[in-house]
Design a protein around this ligand. Structure first.
Ligand code: ATP
Length: 314
């Protein structure tokens, strides 16, 4: 749905993007994680061409944006919604007026606009606040307005620029849950940038780490958890150094792995440490295990062959 190749962008001597390749599949929630200054915002602004890259291509929903002229680009951009850290609402307009704004720009008629605004406010749970002004809303409500506005023109892609960074933890979780629901119900593809691990854990199917204008790691989160030396896995699920005789097992979608292992190989499996949490709605993480008994070596071979011993080769 989003493909970026060889993206470069410099501001004078500062190289913000240094050859970025990225692919976000249709219906995926994809998170780009990185420290301040890594180039995340620049990447997001290049994806909808608010910023023109010096080199490289950006393709969204089958159209190469970097090859379009101004008028075509304006139309293509309508298929890309965006939400912002500080909401970027118009303070002189009501909630309904803010959501209607992109539809007015597109020339949608009054009746269709009103219908669509009501539908969007219903979708984000703000039907009763249509006449309120942004100053009368909480941060979470403001971001819901931002989301309703971003989706008003029925985009296929939503870009999220640190959308929960200004919100408290409980509100953050409710906004992330809303994004996940919109992803499921509307099939919306979401590309988000964040510096928060919890955001990645809560909503993302896939993630990339960005550092100094480059993507250093990318993949589906369960795959990264099973990848030797993965920095993302280590940051998502930090574990102390392993002791001798203890193995680290990646836990992905297979929740009955350990009981089946114990039955099949006649081994005892002791959990001596680990970090497991809900990742995009399913349990995932890493476990530290001591596996003993007659079939221990075969059990380890079974895990190794399935690529579930990510720390073994390090
Ligand atoms: N308009 C600009 N003019 C000059 N330099 C810029 C501009 N935008 C970004 N930069 C520089 O490019 C680099 C990457 O910035 P960018 O904002 O993309 O990083 P980021 O990962 O989003 O960080 P943050 O989370 O702090 O916004 C930084 O060194 C930044 O100072």
């Amino acid at each position: 749905m989003i493909t970026v190749t060889g993206l470069r962008k410099a501001y004078g001597d500062v190289v913000a993007l240094d050859g970025v390749d990225l692919h976000v599949g249709k219906g995926e929630v994809f998170g780009v994680l990185g420290r301040s200054g890594a180039g995340k915002s620049t990447l997001l602004r290049c994806v909808n061409l608010l910023e023109r890259p010096d080199e490289g291509t950006v393709t969204v929903d089958g159209r190469e944006l970097t090859a379009l002229g101004a008028a075509d680009l304006r139309r293509a951009r309508q298929r890309i919604g965006m939400i912002h850290q500080h909401f970027a609402l118009l303070s002189s307009r009501t909630v309904a007026g803010n959501v209607a704004f992109p539809l007015e720009v597109m020339g949608v008629g009054r009746a269709a606009r009103a219908r669509r605004v009501a539908e969007m406010l219903d979708l984000v749970g703000l039907a009763d606040r249509a006449g309120a002004y942004p100053a009368q809303l909480s941060g979470g409500q403001k971001q819901r307005v931002g989301i309703a506005r971003a989706l008003a023109a029925e985009p296929s892609v939503l870009l999220s620029d640190e959308a929960t960074s200004a919100l408290d933890p409980a509100t953050t979780q409710s906004i992330l849950a809303l994004l996940r629901r919109l992803n499921r119900e509307l099939g919306l593809t979401i590309l988000l940038i964040t510096h928060e691990m919890d955001v990645i854990k809560a909503v993302c199917d896939s993630a990339a780490i960005m550092s100094d204008g480059r993507i250093t790691e990318t993949g589906r989160i369960p795959d990264l958890l099973a990848t030797p030396g993965s920095r993302l896995a280590a940051e998502l699920f930090p574990l102390p150094p392993a002791e001798p005789g203890i193995v680290t097992v990646a836990l992905g979608g297979d929740q009955t792995l350990l009981s089946r292992l114990a039955r099949a190989y006649d081994v005892d499996v002791a959990v001596v440490g680990g970090a497991v949490e809900q990742v995009a709605g399913a349990p995932a993480g890493r476990l530290r295990l001591r596996i003993t008994g007659a079939g221990a070596a075969d059990a380890l071979t079974h895990l190794r062959e399935r690529g579930l011993l990510p720390e073994e080769d390090r």
